[in-house]
Design a protein around this ligand. Structure first.
Ligand code: SF4
Length: 329
């Protein structure tokens, strides 16, 4: 297929970024392609890091050729470009050699994510750019967006592993509006499943033989910032959300669970702004005392949502609020 046709194919397919942002892939590619600059960059984000999200791991293990093919298509489509695969240490250990063999002489460099601080925020697209530039992995103010002013000040396309996988499927004419779901927790059939993206959570669990027979709740969207849902709320689609975790209501200690979330978020943030740094610390104090003080919490949640610098801080309230509201009440 001529490479100039790819952007229109991406647009027609309706493919949206699979990193969680759900931005239309065709529009993103077009924006970088049309930007006026003498150099452009492409970044494949392979730094998946939220607990119980392991779909990119599965794709890198089973379809690394398709991922590299997707990056190759981007290199051909966007003039004067070169690429990075930004990968976490664990995935580099598992798939680095295989990827190098597939890349051969293509202008694609594998860049290992640093893990000293901001372990999770280091996977956000502007933090990735800062990290590849050799700086501390912290989010940048947007705008300007990376599509206009990204790596080393040049227009940059950032897509994740799953998005590049589907780009290669679209160019082969084999994309069937599917996506990958990680399913884990108290289930019989833990794993990654490629299914239609229009299914309800209930349908995904039924089709994978994972609908529980006991009283349960589910965390949808990741084991760090995902929202808690009760069984009767699962009759709706979960487009663009990559993970479903099932908890046995009787066996799960809500404080233990919240403790895990807050530890992950405190370790995974970059500590750069006070609302996120101090707010999470205060939430942790209450969890440790097993006493959630409603008035103080409401204030903390408001400050986190309204004044945090980036989506990690703003979204950090989601699991706590939904669990307190639905399970701890
Ligand atoms: S909200 Fe602030 S401290 Fe938290 S990750 Fe974003 S920039 Fe860093």
């Amino acid at each position: 297929m001529p490479y100039q046709d790819i952007i229109s194919k991406l647009k027609k397919s309706g493919l949206k970024g699979r990193s969680g942002s759900s931005f239309p892939t065709g529009l993103k590619w077009e924006s970088v392609k049309n930007a006026k600059a003498k150099k452009k960059y492409i970044i494949c984000n392979a730094a998946e890091g939220e607990p119980e999200v392991f779909k990119d791991d599965f794709i890198l293990k089973n379809y690394p050729e398709k991922v590299v093919e997707g990056i190759k298509i981007a290199l051909k489509t966007i003039d004067n470009s070169s690429a990075y695969i930004y990968i976490n240490k664990n995935y580099f250990k598992k798939y680095g050699q295989k990827l190098k063999k597939i890349i051969r002489k293509l202008p694609i460099e594998i860049f290992q994510k640093k893990t000293e601080f901001g372990a999770y925020i280091g996977g956000e697209e502007t933090s990735i750019i800062e990290s590849i530039e050799g700086k501390r992995a912290e989010p940048r103010q947007k705008p300007p967006h990376p599509t206009q002013n990204g790596l080393f000040g040049f227009p940059t396309l950032v897509n994740n592993v799953e998005t590049f996988y589907y780009v290669s499927k679209i160019t082969e004419g084999k994309y069937e509006n599917t996506r990958f779901y990680s399913i884990s927790g108290e289930v019989n059939n833990k794993g990654v499943f490629e299914l239609s993206e229009d299914l309800t959570v209930k349908e995904v669990l039924e089709q994978t033989e994972n609908w529980p027979e006991f009283d349960f709740f589910a965390q949808i969207g990741g084991g760090g910032e995902g929202e808690i849902f009760l069984p009767q709320e699962l009759d709706k689609p979960i487009q663009y959300l990559a993970s479903i975790i099932i908890f046995d209501k009787k066996k799960t200690d809500p404080y233990g669970l919240m403790g895990k979330w807050v530890d992950f978020l405190m370790k995974g943030n970059c500590d750069n702004c006070a609302p996120c740094r101090e707010g999470l610390y205060r939430i942790k104090e209450m969890i440790d005392k097993k006493k959630m003080e409603k008035e103080t919490l409401d204030d903390l949640f408001l400050v986190l949502e309204e004044t945090s610098f980036c989506p990690l801080g703003k979204g950090s309230t989601i699991p706590f609020k939904s669990l307190i509201d639905k399970i701890l009440k």
